[in-house]
Write a protein that binds this ligand. Structure first.
Ligand code: FAD
Length: 334
């Protein structure tokens, strides 16, 4: 009998892959906010997400609180952090130092962003990186220098993608060219900006795939349960909220009615993205768990049975002793 061919022994991969689930958090601005955030973190942890992302203020304005939150997630929870990093307002050397610091505490995923700035801010920092693409290049260079410490493993790099035109872009086609450039520089996946119309995610993916973008594009979905927040985010991001949703939220007579309207609209958005083949869902939580959990309850996500990692005893010891973990510590603990 001849030995089995590669095809004979190849595992069956035809089944549906589990969907990724992740949440966005931001560093707390006060002790009271930290307390609320940690309650939220524990609630979200119970849903066993694949990672939670931690935002980073443009110009490094939240550097210390962001790194502290990432560190605490690593040492006190079973969650894997994806650290956002913005390049605007920092020199390449400062950014290389921050990237090194993140890798040293055990971060293995970075969302590389430009951040928002005034035009003067770029001129003020000599040698500043102009675009997120440059930050992707820099992260890969730092990773290369630490290859042995990472056991030659890779840092997962995410980037932003835009279902509607980025406010500074001339066209949506230009946005796709930029996404392609970020992929060429070494981005592994993208998370989208908020969007408010069901067809916008599918449209982005179709345009991106036609242009040669092959990396996963994960829809970033915001629970649409607060009129004030939807309006504010629309202003901040330049993404126009659906007028019908805004008037429904404004017309709700009770908080329960508003929640119902918002959760239903969010579930419709998420389902449209999943129907379009989204590989997962990234929920913008605004550090609150309730609407995110309500949305999840209504979605029937095929999830893997990820066993929760128990908190690593060595990690707790290091945290208690104040000693920073080395890459070797992390390798031993895994
Ligand atoms: P880039 O990809 O650099 O694009 C910025 C602009 O420059 C675009 O108009 C693009 O078309 C143009 N551009 C890019 N490359 C080139 C090129 N080579 N030639 C010509 N033009 C080019 N902001 C924060 O401050 N902190 C956060 O934590 C944060 N998290 C975010 C998370 C997600 C998922 C998303 C979608 C956005 C987030 N933002 C955050 C906002 C983000 O910083 C802004 O949207 C910012 O305006 C653009 O960032 P970018 O990474 O897309 O930049």
């Amino acid at each position: 009998m001849s030995p089995p061919t590669l095809i004979d022994t190849h595992p069956d991969l035809s089944g549906t892959a589990p969907l990724a689930l992740s949440y966005e958090l931001f560093p707390p601005r006060s002790p009271a906010a930290a307390e609320t955030l940690w309650h939220t973190i524990r609630e979200l942890e119970a849903t066993r997400p694949d990672y939670v992302s931690v935002t980073y203020g443009a110009n490094g304005s939240t550097r210390d609180t962001a790194v502290e939150l990432v560190n605490r997630l690593l040492t006190e929870t079973s969650l894997r952090p994806l650290a956002h990093l913005t390049c605007v307002g920092n020199t390449p050397q400062e950014l290389a130092d921050i990237i090194g610091e993140l890798l040293d505490v055990g971060v293995r995923g970075i969302l590389a962003l430009r951040g928002d700035h005034s035009k003067d801010a770029i001129a003020a920092v000599p040698g500043a990186l102009r675009y997120a693409q440059d930050l992707v290049d820099l992260i890969r260079r730092v990773e290369q220098r630490r290859s042995a410490l990472l056991c030659a493993g890779k840092v997962a790099i995410g980037v932003a993608a835009y279902p509607t035109r980025h406010p500074e872009s001339p066209t949506e086609e230009h946005d796709i060219e930029v996404l392609l450039a970020k992929q060429r520089s070494g981005a592994d996946f993208a998370i989208t900006q908020v969007f408010f119309h069901t067809e916008q995610y599918a449209d982005l993916v179709i345009r991106a795939r036609r242009a040669g973008v092959t990396i996963p594009i994960i829809p970033g979905v915001m629970p649409l349960t607060s009129h004030r927040r939807v309006t504010r985010l629309g202003e901040l991001t330049g993404v126009e909220p659906a007028p019908k949703l805004l008037s429904s939220l404004a017309g709700a007579e009770t908080a329960a009615e508003r929640l119902e309207i918002g959760v239903r609209a969010t579930v419709d958005l998420a389902n449209a993205a999943l129907d379009a083949g989204a590989p997962g869902l990234h929920l913008y939580t605004f550090n609150e768990h309730q609407s995110a959990l309500d949305v999840l309850d209504r979605l029937d996500l095929p999830r893997h049975a990820r066993r929760s990692r128990s908190i690593r005893p060595a990690a707790i010891r290091h945290a208690a002793s104040g000693r920073q973990q080395t890459d070797q510590d992390l390798i031993v603990q895994q």
